[in-house]
Design a protein around this ligand. Structure first.
Ligand SMILES: O=C1O[C@H](COP(=O)(O)O)[C@@H](O)[C@H](O)[C@H]1O
Length: 241
């Protein structure tokens, strides 16, 4: 595991954008495409803007396929829909074609939406093992990642899959990659900043004994891939040095 700590969000986003572009270049050179899984929430907005502006001419964006590690069970025009945030911040600004974007269809019931999403992913990988080039992840202040929330069925889900999950504390359903699917990726990067994440990060990175039911981000441990944490100094302020 590689832990990169930044003093400013600008430096963090600049470095993370460079990292995304480097992996994209390598994937395109090797396979003529880059399978890129986006994270939702609000933390990645600046990164996506950065990629869509400074990164605009650095790679061939027509060779990039975009996926979502999780989605909220809301309509596609709802501000909480992760796909809409990505559409506004990176996909539309880069003019990404619809057939290169894998949105979660939330007009379907959550369970069906998850099944259809996995089917679409499998079809894209055309019988090959589903191994993403890069999965970006965020982490909530309760240590959830993607939509693997504490004390939910997803914490114990051992299938390489996309699943629907009822999140009691939010009284809502989510659709999410399972940890085993995430852990197959070639590269996984967490983007975590702010004081409100410090307590969770202390446990997720610092605890020698895991408690994944309470801190689901501890489930992320790529089998053969690389895990990198891009964090700011506020988020690591409670970690023992
Ligand atoms: O609900 C969600 O939260 C996490 C964390 O979001 P952040 O803005 O606090 O980083 C995010 O990774 C996930 O995609 C999203 O659906």
């Amino acid at each position: 595991m590689n832990l990169l700590i930044y003093k400013t969000l600008e430096e963090l986003n600049q470095d993370l954008a460079d990292y995304v572009i480097k992996i994209a270049e390598m994937s395109i050179e090797e396979n003529d495409r880059f399978n890129f899984v986006l994270t939702g929430g609000s933390s990645p907005k600046a990164l996506y803007h950065f990629l869509a502006t400074e990164g605009q001419h650095r790679i061939d964006w027509e060779k990039v396929y975009f996926f979502f590690g999780d989605e909220r069970n809301v309509p596609a025009n709802d501000d909480n829909y992760n796909g809409l945030m990505a559409k506004k911040t990176i996909l539309d600004p880069l003019g990404i074609k619809e057939d290169h974007i894998f949105y979660v269809n939330t007009t379907l019931a959550p369970e069906k939406a998850a099944i259809e999403y996995k089917k679409a992913i499998d079809k894209h990988f055309n019988g090959e093992d589903v191994i993403f080039d890069l999965i970006l992840l965020g982490m909530g202040d309760d240590a959830h990642t993607a939509s693997i929330f504490p004390h939910t069925t997803l914490v114990k889900d051992e299938e390489v899959n996309v699943a629907s999950v009822y999140v009691e504390k939010l009284n809502t359903y989510r659709i999410s990659f399972t940890a085993p699917l995430i852990n197959k990726a070639d590269n996984v990067a967490f983007l975590v900043f702010g004081e409100n994440k410090a307590e969770a990060l202390k446990h997720v990175i610092g605890d020698t004994e895991k408690n994944v039911d309470l801190f689901p981000s501890q489930l992320i441990d790529p089998i053969d891939g690389k895990l990198t944490w891009f964090v700011d100094d506020k988020a690591v302020s409670l970690l023992d040095s």
